[in-house]
Design a protein around this ligand. Structure first.
Ligand code: K7E
Ligand code: CUA
Length: 660
């Protein structure tokens, strides 16, 4: 049961003050040992609710008009998008188009800026208009979320996207030049100097052909460090670099912080170098790649690697600088630490002093001490792996192992010195206490069942230097019997868990079916750390350049100019009309059409579609966009506004006439 330890008393959040009072009153009645003293409600009585159910409902309830204190950014999985969710109400606020065209936002339906960003994600010139988005990462300042940017990776095609949280739009997509698949991304360093993209399935550099029989010599692992230019709001490819790694399958990475700032920790599996081929009598991948008792946590000296890269001690893959494995060994950039049985997850504790990994086939979490790692490195307490990389002595760097349950995966933290680890096989979340300086002892505190097969979990600000606790979201892969079955493909199930109480007091508050993609991971930020624009700052604002376009149409300069068969149009949109309204051109003309929403008030968005031409724009207040196309289809095309913006919205239209 919720102890009202802090959230609602934690201070003013826009729009929540009233609610806090409301909860304190209810809480006073419903907390404590006497469960009979709850609020009375004929609805609860009629539906037979227990006191815990009433408490759960009241904790997640946001009265109409109240704003959630937390915002979660969850990956949209195969949808290639990002889902924005209010916590604790679990209301979906937006699905941000990232790698995939998104019609409501006019993302990839004619607006040149959006198509240019999507085109950055091409692979060898081929459009790839979906993604397997896994890990969103909020930008950080001094190890805390700062609410400015969001990054997310596409595992399927090794791409990274940058989203600006002023307008919640994707500004950049980068195709990794050295790998075709990634996984260990994105995570950021404590001041967002670097965005980490770890590899996964080894391939030759630049995914060029080499036979599987030459796996050991020709296939390579990698991690890429993307330099983020906060001023520009873009990754600076020219200052970025990759590191060549053995063909182990690198997995999740996390950045060091505070005492371990400047270091990066990536898990791996398939140190067996299994190459599958069950059809030829070999062990299948799932057996071959989990035969050994240990794989290797990769411990990377990022600060030093950046120096080596900027000194030019690299080789080129598709024009991108890569530090060779031998250079990493010679320069002391890379160390391994044995990690037990099919590891997954690599999570740095809030103080940066401990690194937690889980073994999918080991019921323990293993906690390493960063300080002990540094001692092992200084004293060369290592053996060498088959590629000559130092493997630090396990016993000398391991701080603790805690048996938490079956199938442990990912870990996040709270402000009570607890860690939370997802248990895939047990379908549960384990709460365990960190040892000193966080708590007295390394020990399991309790578990809470979730439904079912949890992958990631996310606690409020739970991977920063100052986690909030309060709430945890379990990202469950299966829902089985939790919801109506909309056909054989079932929703996944986010479950909100109350972690504000002490000891093993944790409870599931709410089930949220996710009807899109497989949202692997999400991060939860305090809502008051975000300061998105209510509308674009100035009429004629181009979200692609994040500046006012001097060529944007504004009120009074609407016009049509013809130069041979080139037709350029400057249009404006305002409730409830477009100017100009009648546009007549010749079939075969090349059309460049600029449109500005000249409004500057909240929520006065206009859409713009030309039927048959696959064009749809969303013009938020102030925004300008340009479409460019061949008018190769003659006829009469009523263009109109696709947002119900006003009483005379249906009249907000015009005729685009293309003369044969
Ligand atoms: Cu983060 Cu799903 Cu990509 Cu674990 S992975 S679940
Ligand atoms: Cu503008 Cu409808």
């Amino acid at each position: 049961m919720r102890r009202l330890r802090g959230l609602w008393a934690k201070g003013p959040i826009k729009g929540v003050a009233l609610l806090a009072t409301f909860f304190l009153v209810v809480g006073a009645c419903s907390s404590g040992d006497d469960d009979s003293g709850g609020i009375t409600s004929s609805v609860a009585e009629e539906r037979g609710f227990t006191q815990d159910q009433i408490d759960a409902a009241l904790t997640t309830y946001m009265p109409s008009g109240e704003i959630d204190p937390y915002i979660m950014f969850a990956s949209g999985g195969q949808g290639g998008q990002v889902i924005v969710i209010g916590v604790p109400s679990m209301r979906i606020l937006k699905v941000i188009g990232v790698f995939t065209p998104e019609p409501w936002q006019g993302w990839g339906y004619g607006a040149k800026g959006t198509e240019e960003v999507l085109a950055q994600g091409q692979v060898n010139g081929r459009d790839v208009l979906w993604a397997d988005t896994h890990h969103p990462a909020l930008s950080e300042t001094a190890g805390d979320y700062d609410g400015q940017y969001l990054f997310i990776n596409d595992k399927a095609n090794a791409r990274i996207a940058v989203i600006d949280l002023r307008d919640f739009e994707t500004k950049q997509i980068i195709k990794n030049p050295v790998a075709i698949v990634d996984h260990g991304g994105t995570k950021v360093t404590p001041n967002t100097e670097w965005v980490i993209e770890g590899g996964q399935y080894a391939t030759p550099h630049g995914w060029e052909y080499a036979p599987i029989s030459s796996y050991e010599s020709d296939y390579k692992g990698m991690v890429t460090f993307w330099k983020f230019d906060r001023e520009a709001g873009r990754i600076d490819e020219s200052s970025s670099f990759a590191m060549e790694l053995p063909p182990y399958w690198q997995d999740l990475c996390d950045a060091g912080k505070l005492v371990s700032e400047g270091w990066v920790f990536c898990g791996s599996f398939n140190t067996e170098l299994a190459t599958g081929g069950i059809e030829d009598g070999n062990p299948p991948f799932e057996a071959g790649a989990s035969a050994r008792d240990n794989d290797y946590l990769h411990v990377i000296n990022l600060d030093k690697a950046a120096e080596v890269a900027s000194a030019g001690n690299t080789f080129d893959v598709n024009g991108f600088p890569m530090i060779s494995l031998q250079t990493s060994i010679d320069e002391g950039l890379l160390y391994f630490v044995p990690e037990p049985k099919s590891p997954h997850g690599s999570d740095v504790a809030p103080g940066g002093d401990y690194i937690v990994v889980s073994g999918k086939l080991d019921p323990h979490v293993t906690i390493y001490s960063f300080e002990k790692m540094m001692t092992a490195i200084d004293t060369e307490n290592w053996t060498l792996d088959q590629f000559g990389v130092p493997v630090l002595d396990f016993d000398s760097v391991m701080e603790a192992q805690i048996e938490v349950g079956l199938g442990p995966l990912h870990t996040e933290f709270d402000d009570q010195g607890y860690a939370y680890t997802s248990l895939f096989l047990d379908s549960a979340v384990a709460r365990w206490s960190l040892g000193p300086p966080y708590n007295d002892a390394w020990e399991l505190i309790g578990t809470v069942p979730v439904h079912y097969n949890i992958g990631h979990l996310s606690t409020a600000e739970g991977d920063t230097v100052s986690p909030d606790g309060d709430f945890l979201v379990a990202m469950n892969k299966w829902s089985i019997d939790r919801f109506f079955h909309p056909g054989p493909l079932l929703p996944q199930n986010f479950q909100l868990v109350d972690i504000s109480g002490p000891g093993d007091d944790m409870s599931v508050l709410y089930d949220m079916p996710i009807g899109m993609g497989e949202p692997h991971y999400g991060q939860i930020i305090k809502a008051d750390k975000l300061s998105p624009w209510d509308f674009y700052p100035g009429v004629g604002f181009d979200p692609h350049t994040m500046s006012i376009d001097p060529n944007a149409p504004v009120a009074g300069n609407e016009r049509i100019e013809r130069n041979g068969d080139q037709v350029e149009i400057w249009s404006t949109a305002i409730r409830s009309h477009f100017t100009p309204e009648i546009i007549e051109i010749q079939a075969g003309d090349h059309v460049v059409w600029h449109i500005t929403n000249i409004e500057q008030s909240v929520d006065s968005t206009h859409g713009f579609t030309i039927p048959g031409y696959n064009i749809n724009l969303s013009l938020e207040p102030g925004e300008t966009a340009t479409i460019e196309f061949e008018a190769d289809m003659d006829g009469v095309f009523p263009f109109y506004c696709t947002e119900f913006c006003s009483a005379l919205h249906l009249e907000m239209m015009g005729y685009f006439l293309v003369k044969p």
